[in-house]
Design a protein around this ligand. Sequence first.
Ligand code: PMP
Length: 435
Amino acid sequence: MSHLIHRHLCQRPPVAVGASGVYVDDSLGRRYLDASGGAAVSSLGHGHPDVLAAMHAQIERAAYAHTGFFTTEAAEELAALLAADAPGDLDHVYLTSGGSEAVEAALKLARQYYVERGEPQRAIFIARRQSYHGSTLGALALGGNTQRRRHFAPLLIDVARVAPCYAWRERAPGQSEDDYTAGLLAELEACIVGAGPQRVIGFCAEPVVGATGGAIPPTPGYFKGVRALCDKHDILFIADEVMCGMGRTGTLHALEQDDVVADLVALGKGLGGGYQPIGAVLARAPLVRQLSEGGGAFEHGHTYGGHPVAAAAALAVQRVLRRDGLVAQAARRGAQLRALLHRAFDAHPHVGDIRGRGLLLGLELVRERASKAPFAPALQLHARIKRQAMARGLMIYPMGGTVDGERGDHILLAPPFIVSEAELGEIVTRLAEAL
Ligand code: PMP
């Protein structure tokens, strides 16, 4: 019997006792190929010696230093590295203990920015019906998954919702991609205008939709249009790159591929590569200047935010990523995995779409390819496939409820960037058996 509250309350998962490279071992001697990077977290793989050494060194120097009293070299160097590589003037960094906290901090920073600007009436966020932004109550309110939200209403913040950018399923037959994109942007503008731009704080979206969509990339020009609308109506654009950032999509920041710079970017997962819980918010210089002009502080904080060991681990992860050219490798391996998936599943009767960017790839499952009709939610197909995959020693990240927690099953693949070509082949072979 377990005293732990597990994610699926009555199911005790296998006990992980070891992990190295792209493999995780359990207490029964079974070995799992990590095709999901946990939850798109592990970029360098498990047990990287440089990261372990950096963590050990930091533990021995100072395992903890509260940010109310001290900063640390590790946190300063991490912030400097992130700022140096950030696009535009996104050169201020706020460290958190994870992705939800990063989103939460971004929301509060945005809100406080407008309060300091003398516009306290701004209280509305706009988000998309297909998104996951975290599990704390603010981030949950922002998220589009109704299933995740349903037990917790009323939620804490005021959120207006617009359609996701999900061309494969939502573009009308015969409609061009440009027209589809223009329609989404018109809806977003109507939402901003309807709410009253002077009451809106900002628009928040994942550049590549992760957990709730199975790696859905935007249509060309979509985020350029979003940026233009945010500028036109003087609202902030908040990018949630917790899953798709830090090299996962084949560029350091996912939005680089859309040639767009957000005002605030939430990071997590791959930032620390799974070695320590850590997240960050990147903020554009004028926002932080506004906050500091009032002479006050950012009214936010957590005891463990900017933890020295977490900062040291993330710094080491980020240095290895750059030194070993692993962002470019994620792009290369992503292209290889995508080709293997097409070869294996293009003719599969229940694989409707293969998509994504870099090493954030998704398969959407359909009952029938022609109509794209999904399987009934009650079947819990994604959960069954996960069990089948685990029985074959393969970790995949499955989700149901693609839009509004209702439609479709998909599988996310997000292996560590160090995965070999042979291991990619093994992932696809085991996935085919599980399917
Ligand atoms: N945003 C996105 C896009 C995510 O995928 C996640 C985690 N799945 C989060 C936020 C929340 O991060 P965490 O679970 O580290 O709190």
